[in-house]
Design a protein around this ligand. Structure first.
Ligand SMILES: [Zn+2]
Length: 175
């Protein structure tokens, strides 16, 4: 049985029982993400499982949401499905973060050993907002792409920069 995810948590104590957490957070609660969307109607579904791996606490989970956006090609509204699995390793200092293998995404804990979960989730969600929102190919009502349009390859995140969605957090003071 999943428990509700607290807004702040200490990863070390969460890892002890390996509980799975589930939360549904209204889009309107994300103050930085909201202005990037055409409306804030909807929820973000957050799941998280904490575990220990060697010396670290790891959280793996998934974010599910639908972003209300306006297609920049035909100007009709549409909902972009977002399905974002993530895996994070909690560390206590910048130095510890630097010592991790590149394959792990570190998050540095605050002075009390805590993390503010909405900040973490919001950074990941913002990463999934397209620079130029538009319908998928074939689903758009606008005329076919004409000369001068931005090629799809230019606006899709590459596989490489998808790998490390939490990089920006390394330089943030989480509170
Ligand atoms: Zn469209």
């Amino acid at each position: 049985m999943a428990k509700p995810l607290p807004s702040r948590f200490n990863p070390d104590s969460m890892a002890r029982d390996g509980t799975r957490y589930d939360a549904s957070v209204p889009l309107v609660q994300f103050k930085r993400l909201g202005p990037m969307l055409s409306s804030t109607v909807g929820d973000v579904n957050i799941s998280a499982v904490f575990s220990r791996r060697k010396d670290h606490v790891v959280v793996t989970g998934r974010l599910l949401a639908g972003f209300p956006l306006q297609c920049q090609r035909c100007l009709d509204p549409f909902t972009l499905p977002v399905d974002a699995p993530y895996e994070l390793v909690f560390v206590e200092s910048e130095q510890a973060a630097a010592e991790l293998p590149d394959s792990l995404d570190p998050v540095v804990l605050d002075d009390n050993g805590n993390i503010h979960v909405l900040d973490l989730v919001e950074d990941e969600l913002i990463f999934h907002v397209p620079l130029v929102p538009r319908h998928a190919d074939g689903a758009c009502n606008a005329a076919p792409v004409s000369f001068g349009d931005i090629a799809p390859e230019a606006v899709e995140p590459t596989e490489d920069n998808r790998q490390r969605p939490f990089d920006a957090l390394k330089n943030l003071n989480l509170h």
